[in-house]
Design a protein around this ligand. Sequence first.
Ligand code: SF4
Length: 180
Amino acid sequence: MSTQPKITVATAWLDGCSGCHMSFLDLDERLIELVEHVEIVYSPLVDTKELPARVDVGILEGSISSEDDLEKARLFRERCTRLVSLGDCAVTGNVPAMRNHFKLADVFDRAYRENVTLQPQIPTRRVPALLTPVKPVHGEVKVDVFVPGCPPSADAIWYVLSELIAGRMPDPNAVTRFGA
Ligand code: SF4
């Protein structure tokens, strides 16, 4: 790890299972070294609720499946110098994009009517509207670094962050692969 000044990092999960963020936490003792080089300014892992106006590195887990995901991806793109697509859902659509093979009405019926015994109903209030089709992050905004894997390993995340901290553009091809 270099002795460069701290970089600011923001992370968010869109339509994902949080597994990619869990892999981030799998850095274990390396997290202690990381905080010497990185300030996490916005993330499900910290309390901050507002994305700062400028961030060095934005990391997005999950695909774009709802209006809320789309809004967040656009905001990250606007405010982050480098945008990282973390994990297969962000890179390809992966599991969330499986619903692209079905009509949205059928998906709703399956999830909220057919498999529910108590008050089956489709939620319409206080939930973000779903978009069709589900897209990978780069389907809506420009992505600078793609990190495949379901989830990407902690070693892959460490490599990517180390390169970005050093001011280099990482090439994760050698340390990642699609799937587990
Ligand atoms: S890539 Fe895998 S681990 Fe990451 S959010 Fe998607 S399903 Fe979860």
